[in-house]
Write a protein of this length. Structure first.
Length: 363
């Protein structure tokens, strides 16, 4: 019934994590193998926010880790660390995830990278099986790309054609998706929610209304029949590829480290300041500022490339980190009671300082 993950061989002495999927949402899609698994070893849910999770209410979930983490990436990393720890303690554990373990499940991808466990996968019906039926689309014939809504901008950079966007679970994600396409007129998209459940809905919506006209949830996906090009995403993707090539082929660029680039970061930041001051004094030009900002951006791209090569972080992590920080530090924009007055500038400065101090106290 189980499929051994071919990436992790290990001996019989390695602890085992068996990952099973909860299916798209209807408990009738749960296989008997999942119930047998839960009956025979300690079981952990990635989240209880899934219709089929109610069957396993007695099992521990990792929802609290999401609340304590500063980002989704941090939460996923913490979940994997906890799972590995529990596997070493018990010898064998079960891990239940929404949908299929093999579709858009980042924690499974991270578990595949661990050499200190064995990994088994129990297949499950994915929401994708239902999506293709509702859309009447053959994904192979149409060349569909499946992307994560929380990584939409980076994953669709330089893409064309039809796209299915998974994990569109809140308005922030929908807003990021809408803003990531630098187009005059966005496509009409199909919203798919809670497929396979009694509350299933499928409807079309205009691009401009994407983050306004409906309430997204953890079982929301989007169908974009033709992805228009994003000018900013295309430009960043091209620059990313250029830096990767320089790191590969240019001896000087290849030899640089985070430490060796410090002086250049300071130099380029100083030149940006000088260009701004010249513009303020009407002695500079927009072109000069664009050039200096580009030089500073190149330094950021270099550091991100080094981080990516070392397996520590990449440009998406940098972008996600600052985006998440700005959302946290602007609750008056992203989490404000519409009936409450907007804080004044002095209150906003104090709010910023308080949030920053709270972040630092958490380490």
């Amino acid at each position: 019934m189980c499929i051994r993950d071919r990436h992790l061989f290990g001996s019989g002495t390695l602890p085992k994590i068996v990952v099973a999927g909860l299916g798209p949402g209807d408990i009738n899609f749960l296989s008997p193998a999942v119930h047998d698994l839960v009956d025979n070893c300690p079981t952990y849910l990635r989240t209880r926010i899934h219709p089929s999770a109610v069957v396993f209410n007695d099992q521990e979930s990792f929802d609290a880790l999401y609340d304590r983490s500063n980002s989704i990436a941090e939460a996923y990393s913490a979940i994997v660390d906890r799972l590995v720890s529990e596997a070493h303690e018990h010898g064998k554990i079960a891990y239940l995830v929404p949908g299929s373990p093999l579709v858009a499940e980042r924690t499974v991808e991270l578990l595949r990278l661990r050499a200190d466990i064995q990994l088994e996968i129990l297949p499950a019906i994915s929401f994708l099986d239902l999506a293709w039926d509702r859309l009447r689309v053959d994904p192979v014939q149409h060349g569909v790309t499946i992307v994560d809504g929380q990584q939409f901008e980076s994953e669709v950079a330089d893409l064309r054609g039809p796209v299915l966007v998974a994990q569109c679970d809140d308005r922030f994600v929908l807003s990021d998706i809408k803003l990531s396409l630098d187009v005059d007129e966005g496509p009409v998209v199909t919203v798919l929610q809670r497929l396979g459940s009694d509350a299933e809905t499928v409807f079309e919506i205009e691009w401009t209304e994407l983050d306004k006209a409906f309430d997204p949830d953890h079982l929301t996906s989007l169908w974009i029949p033709e992805l228009p090009g994003s000018r900013s995403g295309h430009s960043i993707a091209q620059l990313h590829d250029l830096v990767a090539r320089l790191r590969s082929e240019c001896p000087w660029d290849r030899d640089q480290t985070h430490s060796s680039l410090v002086a250049y970061v300071v130099e380029e930041a100083t030149e940006v300041v000088e260009a701004i001051e010249l513009m303020d004094g009407r002695a500079g030009s927009v072109g000069a500022l664009i050039e200096e900002l580009g030089d500073l951006l190149f330094q950021i791209m270099l550091h991100s490339a080094i981080g990516e090569e070392d397996g520590l972080f990449d440009l998406a992590d940098v972008a996600d980190g600052i985006r998440d920080k700005m959302i946290r530090r602007h609750p008056h924009v992203f989490d404000r009671d519409p009936n409450a007055p907007m804080p004044n500038k002095e209150q906003l400065v104090a709010q910023w300082a308080a949030i920053k101090a709270a972040e630092r106290s958490k380490g």
